[in-house]
Design a protein. Structure first.
Length: 315
């Protein structure tokens, strides 16, 4: 099969992909068409069926594996598939492992790193809270290990949430060592917990889409609620410590327009916001460059960075 990250504008594609999403729509002229999101383990790509009632367009639903014939085109700087023929694939024609993106890092190795970070937290209450969630709550841990960190922008793969959490925590660990003003236990705990709400904001794979709870509340509010509920289970958990920890979660996107209910007021909240944004941006660039496969230096305009991105030349 041709993986999505191997496709280029002008290619003719004949292969089987997971139809992650299917949605009927109308053109401005009132003509029906269908929007698809196709997925394999390397990523996703938009697809269009401009004539859904024509011969060769068989019935299928979202989350079906489908064989398509189509052409790779470009629209608004992003690739998409103009699909000419489609049929539902038979189960013996595909291996589901080819269609679910997975972290390149071992889950067991990442979990050991996570536990090492938890064990480095000396505050009795914060340590108890982390152990209760990441060690005792087996259902949560399974979900945390399997979830992505985002729907599409960065770490959008199985294990992505754990990978992103560890990267953010490592950046916070460095900042805590470099700047004595930071209370390390609070920052490390906040880093480990900052995205736990995503286990309920996003559904599991293969859908990896927003839940009703995620749409209504978002992972920041969900995470704050989870931490509040956990703190109540720990006898004597100081209210001020809980408020400071929850504030870090509420403020970790940094700005109100980016979804944070509060702007950072604590130095630990500022550090967490910087670490979270740094890892998200660097992983986004990593995925952009990986998708291009080094075919060209200039990659075109990217709306996230509001810039025409260029690969670094040889040195």
């Amino acid at each position: 099969m041709r993986y999505i990250n191997e496709l280029h504008e002008g290619d003719r594609v004949n292969g089987i992909y997971l139809c992650k999403q299917k949605q009927s729509a109308m053109t401005k002229n009132g003509k029906p068409y269908e929007n698809l999101i196709l997925q394999d383990k390397t990523g996703v790509i938009d697809g269009k069926i401009w004539d859904p009632n024509s011969n060769g367009i068989d019935d299928f639903d979202g989350l079906d594996y489908i064989e398509i014939i189509g052409d790779v085109t470009s629209f608004a700087g992003a690739m998409q598939l103009n699909i000419k023929r489609v049929r539902r694939a038979f189960s013996e024609e595909y291996d589901p492992a080819d269609y679910l993106p997975v972290s390149e890092n071992s889950t067991d190795d990442m979990y050991h790193q996570l536990i090492s970070m938890i064990d480095s937290v000396k505050n009795t209450y914060l340590s108890a809270l982390l152990h209760k969630l990441f060690v005792e709550e087996k259902d949560f841990l399974k979900s945390f290990e399997e979830h992505s960190a985002a729907k599409t922008v960065h770490h959008g793969f199985i294990g992505g949430l754990m990978e992103h959490t560890l990267s953010v925590t490592r950046l916070c660990d460095y900042m805590a060592g470099a700047y004595p003003v930071i209370k390390r236990d609070l920052l490390i705990t906040a880093a480990l917990l900052h995205d736990v709400g995503k286990t309920r904001e996003l559904s599991s794979f293969p859908l990896n889409d927003y839940t009703d709870e995620g749409q209504l509340l978002g992972h920041i509010v969900i995470g704050a609620q989870m931490i509040h509920d956990l703190a109540k289970e720990i006898p004597g958990f100081p209210v001020d410590l809980e408020n400071q920890l929850v504030h870090c979660i509420l403020a970790h996107h940094g700005e109100l327009e980016y979804g944070s209910p509060k702007k950072p007021a604590l130095v630990e909240a500022v550090a967490l916001n910087l670490a979270d944004n740094t890892d998200a941006r660097m992983e986004t660039l990593t995925e952009v460059f990986a998708a291009d496969k080094g075919k060209k230096e200039w990659l075109g305009f990217n709306r996230i960075f509001d810039s025409n991105l260029r690969r670094t030349g040889d040195m």
